[in-house]
Design a binder for this molecule. Structure first.
Ligand code: ZN
Ligand code: ZN
Length: 171
Protein backbone atom coordinates (compact mmCIF):
# COMPACT_ATOMS: atom_id res chain seq x y z
CA UNK A 1 0.00 0.00 0.00
CA UNK A 2 1.33 3.44 -0.87
CA UNK A 3 1.42 6.45 1.38
CA UNK A 4 -2.01 7.88 1.79
CA UNK A 5 -2.32 11.62 1.36
CA UNK A 6 -5.49 11.99 3.35
CA UNK A 7 -5.18 13.38 6.84
CA UNK A 8 -5.51 10.63 9.42
CA UNK A 9 -7.24 11.02 12.76
CA UNK A 10 -5.11 9.76 15.63
CA UNK A 11 -6.55 6.46 16.87
CA UNK A 12 -5.53 7.27 20.45
CA UNK A 13 -6.67 10.88 20.94
CA UNK A 14 -8.69 11.75 17.84
CA UNK A 15 -6.61 14.77 16.75
CA UNK A 16 -5.53 15.26 13.13
CA UNK A 17 -2.14 13.66 12.54
CA UNK A 18 0.65 15.57 10.81
CA UNK A 19 2.35 14.20 7.68
CA UNK A 20 6.05 14.18 8.38
CA UNK A 21 8.30 13.62 5.38
CA UNK A 22 11.28 11.35 6.01
CA UNK A 23 13.83 12.18 3.29
CA UNK A 24 16.08 9.14 3.90
CA UNK A 25 13.16 6.82 3.13
CA UNK A 26 11.18 9.09 0.83
CA UNK A 27 7.98 8.48 2.73
CA UNK A 28 5.47 10.36 4.85
CA UNK A 29 4.74 9.21 8.37
CA UNK A 30 1.66 10.25 10.26
CA UNK A 31 2.55 11.66 13.66
CA UNK A 32 0.12 13.00 16.24
CA UNK A 33 2.01 16.24 16.86
CA UNK A 34 -1.06 18.14 18.13
CA UNK A 35 -2.23 15.48 20.55
CA UNK A 36 -0.57 12.46 22.08
CA UNK A 37 2.63 12.05 20.04
CA UNK A 38 1.59 8.67 18.62
CA UNK A 39 2.95 7.49 15.27
CA UNK A 40 1.13 5.60 12.54
CA UNK A 41 3.11 3.47 10.07
CA UNK A 42 1.68 1.84 7.00
CA UNK A 43 2.40 -1.80 6.30
CA UNK A 44 5.94 -1.44 5.00
CA UNK A 45 7.07 1.73 6.74
CA UNK A 46 7.64 0.34 10.18
CA UNK A 47 10.51 -1.95 9.27
CA UNK A 48 12.51 1.07 8.15
CA UNK A 49 12.61 2.43 11.68
CA UNK A 50 12.60 -0.40 14.18
CA UNK A 51 16.34 -1.05 14.44
CA UNK A 52 19.00 1.01 16.18
CA UNK A 53 21.00 1.52 13.00
CA UNK A 54 18.06 3.20 11.26
CA UNK A 55 17.66 6.96 11.44
CA UNK A 56 14.70 8.29 13.40
CA UNK A 57 16.00 11.79 14.02
CA UNK A 58 13.17 13.31 11.96
CA UNK A 59 10.63 11.49 14.09
CA UNK A 60 12.32 12.40 17.36
CA UNK A 61 12.46 16.06 16.30
CA UNK A 62 8.68 15.95 16.29
CA UNK A 63 8.07 14.06 19.49
CA UNK A 64 10.94 14.92 21.83
CA UNK A 65 10.94 17.62 24.49
CA UNK A 66 7.31 18.48 24.08
CA UNK A 67 4.25 18.06 26.17
CA UNK A 68 1.73 15.58 24.86
CA UNK A 69 -1.67 14.44 25.94
CA UNK A 70 -1.73 11.36 28.13
CA UNK A 71 -3.74 8.59 26.54
CA UNK A 72 -4.92 5.20 27.70
CA UNK A 73 -2.54 2.86 25.90
CA UNK A 74 -4.67 -0.16 26.79
CA UNK A 75 -7.79 1.18 25.03
CA UNK A 76 -9.01 -0.56 21.90
CA UNK A 77 -8.14 1.38 18.77
CA UNK A 78 -9.53 1.69 15.29
CA UNK A 79 -7.19 1.85 12.30
CA UNK A 80 -7.10 5.48 11.10
CA UNK A 81 -6.39 4.32 7.56
CA UNK A 82 -9.06 1.71 6.92
CA UNK A 83 -11.36 1.75 9.95
CA UNK A 84 -10.77 -1.87 11.05
CA UNK A 85 -10.32 -2.70 14.73
CA UNK A 86 -6.65 -2.86 15.66
CA UNK A 87 -5.14 -5.76 17.57
CA UNK A 88 -2.53 -5.41 20.32
CA UNK A 89 0.57 -7.49 19.70
CA UNK A 90 3.96 -7.62 21.32
CA UNK A 91 6.61 -6.06 19.14
CA UNK A 92 8.87 -9.07 19.65
CA UNK A 93 9.16 -12.35 21.53
CA UNK A 94 10.69 -10.34 24.39
CA UNK A 95 7.12 -9.14 25.07
CA UNK A 96 8.07 -5.71 26.37
CA UNK A 97 6.07 -3.41 24.13
CA UNK A 98 2.55 -3.82 22.80
CA UNK A 99 1.85 -2.32 19.39
CA UNK A 100 -1.58 -1.76 17.82
CA UNK A 101 -1.70 -3.58 14.50
CA UNK A 102 -4.31 -3.52 11.75
CA UNK A 103 -4.74 -6.96 10.21
CA UNK A 104 -6.79 -5.46 7.42
CA UNK A 105 -4.31 -2.97 5.88
CA UNK A 106 -1.14 -3.83 7.81
CA UNK A 107 -0.85 -0.47 9.55
CA UNK A 108 0.75 -0.10 12.98
CA UNK A 109 0.21 2.53 15.64
CA UNK A 110 2.81 3.24 18.31
CA UNK A 111 2.33 5.34 21.39
CA UNK A 112 4.88 8.10 21.78
CA UNK A 113 7.65 6.29 23.66
CA UNK A 114 7.15 2.87 22.11
CA UNK A 115 9.37 3.33 19.07
CA UNK A 116 12.38 4.08 21.27
CA UNK A 117 11.62 1.05 23.45
CA UNK A 118 11.25 -1.25 20.46
CA UNK A 119 14.54 -0.05 19.02
CA UNK A 120 16.22 -0.87 22.31
CA UNK A 121 15.20 -4.52 22.04
CA UNK A 122 17.70 -5.54 19.37
CA UNK A 123 20.80 -4.09 17.75
CA UNK A 124 20.07 -5.33 14.26
CA UNK A 125 17.32 -6.75 12.08
CA UNK A 126 19.29 -10.04 12.10
CA UNK A 127 19.18 -10.31 15.88
CA UNK A 128 15.45 -9.63 15.85
CA UNK A 129 14.82 -12.28 13.18
CA UNK A 130 17.09 -14.81 14.90
CA UNK A 131 15.26 -14.41 18.19
CA UNK A 132 11.92 -14.71 16.41
CA UNK A 133 13.08 -17.83 14.53
CA UNK A 134 14.31 -19.45 17.73
CA UNK A 135 10.91 -18.83 19.24
CA UNK A 136 9.06 -20.13 16.16
CA UNK A 137 11.22 -23.26 15.96
CA UNK A 138 10.52 -24.08 19.57
CA UNK A 139 6.79 -23.63 18.96
CA UNK A 140 6.85 -25.59 15.69
CA UNK A 141 8.97 -28.33 17.25
CA UNK A 142 6.31 -29.16 19.80
CA UNK A 143 3.58 -28.91 17.17
CA UNK A 144 5.42 -31.31 14.88
CA UNK A 145 5.71 -33.81 17.70
CA UNK A 146 1.98 -33.52 18.24
CA UNK A 147 1.34 -33.97 14.51
CA UNK A 148 3.59 -37.02 14.43
CA UNK A 149 1.57 -38.61 17.20
CA UNK A 150 -1.70 -37.85 15.46
CA UNK A 151 -0.35 -39.03 12.14
CA UNK A 152 0.75 -42.33 13.65
CA UNK A 153 -2.79 -42.76 14.93
CA UNK A 154 -4.39 -42.01 11.57
CA UNK A 155 -2.08 -44.51 9.88
CA UNK A 156 -3.35 -47.26 12.16
CA UNK A 157 -6.97 -46.34 11.61
CA UNK A 158 -6.37 -46.24 7.89
CA UNK A 159 -4.93 -49.74 7.85
CA UNK A 160 -7.85 -51.09 9.85
CA UNK A 161 -10.22 -49.45 7.35
CA UNK A 162 -8.24 -51.07 4.61
CA UNK A 163 -8.62 -54.48 6.26
CA UNK A 164 -12.35 -53.93 6.59
CA UNK A 165 -12.57 -52.91 2.97
CA UNK A 166 -10.67 -55.96 1.85
CA UNK A 167 -12.93 -58.15 3.97
CA UNK A 168 -16.07 -56.56 2.45
CA UNK A 169 -14.59 -56.96 -0.98
CA UNK A 170 -14.22 -60.62 -0.22
CA UNK A 171 -10.51 -60.69 -0.66
ZN1 ZN B 1 -2.92 11.28 19.32
ZN1 ZN C 1 -6.10 -0.60 8.60
Amino acid sequence: MADTLKTLKCPACGKDMEKVFIPSEGINLDICTQGCGGIYFDNREFQEFDEKDEDISKILEKISNRKFEQVDTTAERTCPNCGAKMVKNHSSVKQIVEVDECYSCGGKFLDRDELVKIRAEYNTEEERSADMLKHVYTAIGSQLEELDKRHAKSVTSRSSLQKLFLKLAGA
